[in-house]
Design a protein around this ligand. Sequence first.
Ligand SMILES: Nc1nc2c(ncn2[C@@H]2O[C@H](COP(=O)(O)OP(=O)(O)OP(=O)(O)O)[C@@H](O)[C@H]2O)c(=O)[nH]1
Length: 420
Amino acid sequence: MSIPALLLRPPQPLLRGLFTGSFHRHHCVSHSSTPRGRGLSCARPLKSLGFQYTKQMLPSNSLRREFCTQTTLKDYTEELSDKEQRLVDRLYTGLIQRQRACLAESITLIESTHHRKKDLAQVLLQKVLVYHREQEQLNQGKPLAFRVGLSGPPGAGKSTFIEYFGKMLTERGHKLSVLAVDPSSFTSGGSLLGDKTRMVELSKDLNAYIRPSPTRGTLGGVTRTTNEAILLCEGGGYDIILIETVGVGQSEFAVADMVDMFVLLLPPAGGDELQGIKRGIVEMADLVAVTKSDGDFVVPARRIQAEYVSALKLLRKRSEVWSPQVVRISAKTGEGIAEMWDKMRDFQNVMLASGELTAKRRRQQKVWMWNLIQDNVLEHFRAHPTVREQIPLLESKVLSGALPPGLAADLLLKTFQKRN
Ligand SMILES: Nc1nc2c(ncn2[C@@H]2O[C@H](COP(=O)(O)OP(=O)(O)OP(=O)(O)O)[C@@H](O)[C@H]2O)c(=O)[nH]1
């Protein structure tokens, strides 16, 4: 993420003072070379970012990007001790040699909340990014992997489906990575997804890698590490990345901003059971699959399929080349799953050929960057001593109706600005 960060315009006065903590350390890096052993500097790099290296001063987009990546990597690398450098090199080499243990260790590193480990993770990510780009160039600019978001309410049949689908893909020579973003893991401490016992066969498959989301942190934090984990998995040679979420919260909106295709699994159940599914989630779906279409469930599955075919027709068209479709599948009998995969490939092909996929990925990079900024700015705002002190009082005044929310927000923002 430091590449887009390097191209940011000079910071606005309000924001200028904010970039002093982890955001700046991880995402804004100095252009000028930093002698080994010197601590990470915040003020100087930001100055150079904003005022010395403007768009006009560098020859072309691609050259500028190249320039930024290399110097970014160099700056971080010089900060590392020999031991740290060896760790990053070992993980990077192991990762691109497709060693699962190194992929697992690398993801653990990016999930770490430890201050120094976070720095190391960024160095590793930069190296993987460069490698990733080289590989994409060798692949005639085509993406290295197909990123698929998969969502559905609890009990929809997600794990049974992934088990069957995953085995089918690995038998066809693919390498599949399943990343589970589970919002329950940080609200209740429990874990709905990612539990390996849910996909017993697939977790034993050497061409499949299943990874639950970390159990700590905020949704923002988890989605950030998921984005980074996607890159690591792709660097590790996985060509299909499945990101699984439970379709009841905010996480699927975040996941939709990370993937090429969004697939919604729905059980053949009545309206009541599907109420938990937010309308917005259906709107994001590129493909809806009605699960458990076998035995007694075939009739209700057909009904749900017909309902969703009609409902999707009413939605605003999101693509020039693809209209969302509704299929019926059974992970018990396997019916419809190969056909579903064919449709997914059709989607990938038409989206790629039309240029929509590339455009979507570009947009997602920008969303990712702004999500990080938003998260960090908010973190700094909440951590500000005076603001933190005033929040409970102002919140209670807003709750009791004594203060309009707009005024309370203005007061807090002014307090924040004064001290920055
Ligand atoms: N008949 C039939 N039952 C299925 C099928 N797929 C899943 N089931 C059953 O549906 C139930 C829920 O399936 P899971 O795969 O655990 O569903 P899930 O969406 O992963 O559920 P959570 O882990 O709670 O999110 C289990 O009892 C499965 O045996 C299917 O294709 N046909």
